[in-house]
Ligand binder design. Structure first.
Ligand SMILES: Cc1cc2nc3c(=O)[nH]c(=O)nc-3n(C[C@H](O)[C@H](O)[C@H](O)COP(=O)(O)OP(=O)(O)OC[C@H]3O[C@@H](n4cnc5c(N)ncnc54)[C@H](O)[C@@H]3O)c2cc1C
Length: 394
C-alpha cells in the first residue's frame, strides 16, 4: 500500500503497513460493541452467578450475523473471515466471556473446519442451521489422557459397511450440552497421527449422550460437559476430510481457535484496563482536584495500555495471515500466549487497584474468567513450544 497523502511530511511513495481496520470492520466493531452493552451487560453477572447458558443472547447474536462470519457466501455466510471474527469476539468478551467463548467455538472450531474440509453435501446439510444459531457447534477432541498430547486420543471409530461406529467419552466439551453438531476426532487406525479421523456427529443420533457438567472457576455460563459416544453409527458420508486426516484438521482448526481465545483475552484485558482507568479518574487529591491516583497505579495502567495494543496487533496479524490462507501456527500461538497472559495480569491489577470494589463485581468475575484463557486450546507452555518450534524452524 502506498502512503496516504493525508500525513503531512510523510515521504511520498513510502510503503507502510496499515494498522487501521477497514471501514466495514470498524462498523462491525461499533455494532457489536453496542450489542454487547445493550444485550449482555445487564445479564452477564446473573448468568455467571447462576451458571446459566446465554441462549437468548446467542440467538440475538445470530440475528446480527455473528455466527456466519466464517461461512462461505454460497452457503449463506458473510465470509468476513478470521479478522472479523477477532474483532467481534473482543467486543463480546469485553462484557461476557461466556457468551464470547460460545460464539468463538461455533465460528472457529465448528463452522471453520466445515467450511475448509467439508464437501458440498455436508455444507448444504449443516450450514443453513448453523448460521441461524438453530444449531450450535462443538469441538470434541480432548479426552482424559489426551489434552496437550492430542495424538494420544483413544475414542475409536470402526468401519461397519457404510457407516463408522464411534465409541468413547470426550471430556471438557464447550457448549456440549447445547450443541447439535459435534466435530468428533476418533482413532481409525493405530498410527499415532495418521490414525485419527474427523467426523460430523449429530446430537440426535442414538448413542450420543451428555455426561457430567463441570463446575468451574470461571466462564460459568458456558457449559463444559462430557460427551458420551456409545456405539454411535455415523454414516460414511459424515467423515470430514479424508480418513486419517483428522490430526491435521484438528491442529489447523486450533490455529483459528487460538485466535478466538486471544480475542477473548483481549476483551477481558480491555475491560479490566477500562475499569482501572475509570476508577483512577474518580480519585481526587485533598483539594478536590482530579489526581489520577498513585504513580504506581498509573504505571500499571500504562503498561496495560501498551501491552494491549501489542497483543491486539499480534492477534490481528495472525488473523490476516489466516485469511490469506497462510499457515500461522507460530503467529497464532504468539497471539494467544501474549494475550492470555496479559488478561490475567490485567484482571489481577484491576482487583488490586479497585480496592474493596475489586473483590466483587466485574473485576472479580473477569479475574475468574481470565484463568481459562491460559488452559484451553493449548495451555501456555504448549503455546511456548509451538512458538519455539516455529522459531527453531522445526
Ligand atoms: C473450560 C474448558 C473448556 C474446554 N473446552 C474444550 C472443547 O470444547 N473441546 C476440547 O476438545 N477440549 C476442550 N477443553 C480441553 C482443553 O483444551 C485441555 O484441558 C487443554 O488442552 C489441556 O489439556 P489437559 O487438561 O489434558 O492438560 P495436560 O495436557 O495434562 O496439561 C497439564 C499441564 O501440563 C503442561 N504440559 C503438558 N504437556 C507438556 C509438555 N509437553 N511440555 C510442557 N508442558 C506440558 C500443560 O501446559 C499444562 O499446564 C476444555 C478445557 C476446559 C478447562
Amino acid at each position: 500500500m502506498t502512503n496516504p497523502s493525508k500525513t503531512p511530511g510523510a515521504p511520498t511513495g513510502a510503503r507502510v503497513a496499515d494498522f487501521e481496520l477497514p471501514e466495514d470492520l470498524k462498523a462491525l466493531q461499533a455494532t457489536v460493541r453496542a450489542f454487547a452493552e445493550r444485550e449482555l451487560a445487564p445479564i452477564a453477572a446473573g448468568l455467571d452467578a447462576e451458571a446459566r447458558f446465554p441462549r437468548e443472547a446467542v440467538a440475538r447474536a445470530a440475528g446480527l450475523g455473528l455466527l456466519r462470519v466464517t461461512v462461505p457466501r454460497e452457503h449463506g455466510g458473510s465470509e468476513l473471515g478470521n479478522l472479523a471474527s477477532c474483532v467481534l469476539l473482543e467486543e463480546l468478551n469485553a462484557v461476557c466471556p461466556s457468551t464470547g467463548v460460545t460464539v468463538s467455538v461455533h465460528n472457529s472450531l465448528a463452522c471453520s473446519p466445515l467450511a475448509k474440509w467439508g464437501n458440498d453435501e455436508q455444507k448444504r446439510r449443516y450450514f443453513p442451521r448453523l448460521i441461524t444459531g438453530e444449531w450450535l457447534g462443538a469441538y470434541c477432541l480432548s479426552e482424559a489422557g489426551a489434552g496437550s498430547d492430542v495424538a494420544a486420543l483413544r475414542c475409536e471409530a470402526k468401519r461397519a459397511g457404510d457407516a463408522w461406529v464411534l465409541n468413547g467419552p470426550k471430556l471438557w466439551i464447550t457448549t456440549g450440552s447445547e450443541a447439535s453438531l459435534f466435530i468428533v476426532f476418533a482413532r481409525t487406525s493405530p498410527d499415532r497421527n495418521k490414525g485419527i479421523s474427523a467426523f460430523l456427529v449429530e446430537r440426535g443420533w442414538p448413542g450420543v449422550g451428555v455426561g457430567k457438567k463441570e463446575r468451574k472457576l470461571g466462564i460459568r455460563a458456558s457449559p463444559t460437559v462430557e460427551i458420551l459416544l456409545d456405539n454411535v453409527q455415523v454414516p460414511a458420508a459424515n467423515l470430514l476430510g479424508q480418513e486419517g486426516q483428522g490430526f491435521a484438521i484438528a491442529l489447523d482448526t486450533l490455529d483459528g481457535g487460538r485466535l478466538g481465545i486471544a480475542s477473548q483475552s483481549l476483551g477481558i484485558a480491555r475491560a479490566c484496563h477500562d475499569l482501572i482507568r475509570d476508577h483512577l479518574e474518580t480519585i481526587r487529591d485533598d483539594k478536590g482536584r482530579s489526581s489520577g491516583g498513585s504513580q504506581a497505579a498509573q504505571y500499571q495502567l500504562a503498561d496495560l495500555a501498551a501491552d494491549l495494543d501489542a497483543a491486539r496487533f499480534l492477534t490481528w496479524r495472525a488473523a490476516v495471515l489466516r485469511d490469506r490462507g497462510v499457515r500461522c501456527s507460530k503467529e497464532a500461538a504468539m497471539a494467544k500466549l501474549a494475550a492470555s497472559r496479559l488478561c490475567n495480569r490485567a484482571a489481577r491489577s484491576a482487583v488490586a487497584i479497585l480496592g474493596p470494589a475489586g473483590a466483587s463485581g466485574a473485576a472479580e468475575r473477569f479475574l475468574r474468567d481470565a484463568r481459562i484463557t491460559e488452559i484451553y486450546e493449548g495451555a501456555t507452555d504448549i503455546q511456548r513450544l509451538v512458538v519455539a518450534r516455529g522459531v527453531l524452524g522445526g
